[in-house]
Design a protein around this ligand. Structure first.
Ligand code: 6PG
Length: 255
């Protein structure tokens, strides 16, 4: 894994603007490099203003392929749906071809079946883009991730079976008995870029453990995110507090 890049913004507004700007750069670079951009979206609350910001940009929308790194096991019109949030905030506002928006299946009534179906759909989506992907893992251009107050990411929760799944791209996550559909650790770690965006004082305790030398990966699953590509941690000052994060540097808010 490359050494993670850690950047600290003075407040959440500056963090969101910075994450938006870096995400646009990554999208444009991916399209310049190979004619398309494959993106996996995070859920939760933090990324929503980033998605809203993307809706205001003028990007080559027909070159984007959209996936979700995890999803609650609810229909897309359910208030908890990550796909529903992203569609309202961004995807319904821009002309990305519908066939390039791969919403996680959540209506099979069997999370394991839904997970396998999503994996099959991702394989079908990548077949024309990266023909060799089906033999191993595809390489996403960018996977956005958040971090829970407990150190989970995507729907990879502490001490759950999903953390050790290595022979699938997608599996069933478990949040206190509630099923989720989630990318696996190896799928995330094959990404060209991973961007973790976390804000707020509630993240401090987990961050201290994530960047400690002693915490167990199973207890703080985002520690398992060690991509072969570039890993950016974008944080606000509240999330960092007095922590001394190795190699972190503070970024001034853009004017
Ligand atoms: C989800 C997310 C989850 C999220 C973290 C952080 O489905 O909820 O994918 O992993 O990123 O829980 O959530 P916040 O951004 O709301 O702090």
């Amino acid at each position: 894994m490359t050494v993670p890049n850690l950047e600290i913004l003075p407040n959440k507004t500056a963090l969101i603007q910075y994450a938006l700007g870096r995400s646009v750069e990554i999208i444009e670079q991916a399209i310049a490099d190979h004619g398309y951009c494959t993106l996996a979206l995070a859920g939760g609350s933090t990324p929503k203003p980033i998605y809203e910001g993307l809706a205001q940009r003028d990007l080559p929308w027909d070159k984007l392929h959209i996936f979700w790194g995890d999803e609650r096991y609810v229909p897309v019109d359910h208030p908890d749906s990550n796909a529903g949030m992203a569609k309202r905030a961004w995807l319904d506002q821009v002309p990305i071809p519908a066939k390039q928006i791969w919403v996680t299946p959540t209506t099979e009534g069997d999370p394991a079946q839904s997970a396998q179906r999503y994996e099959d759909q991702i394989k079908a989506a990548f077949a024309p883009l990266q023909p060799s992907a089906s033999e191993s893992f595809p390489q996403f251009d960018l996977i956005w991730l958040g971090m829970g107050d407990d150190g989970h990411t995507a729907s990879l929760f502490p001490h759950t079976a999903a953390l050790t799944v290595a022979d699938h791209w997608v599996t069933v996550g478990n949040k206190d008995g509630e099923p989720r559909i989630t990318f696996t650790v190896p799928l995330i770690n094959h990404s060209r870029r991973v961007m973790v965006v976390a804000a707020g004082v509630s993240k401090q305790a987990a961050l201290a453990q994530v960047f400690s030398d002693t915490a167990a990966d199973a207890a703080y699953p985002i520690r398992l995110v060690r991509p072969t590509g570039r890993l950016d941690w974008l944080l606000d000052a509240d999330a960092v507090g007095d922590l001394n994060l190795p190699g972190a540097h503070r970024v001034a808010a853009s004017p």
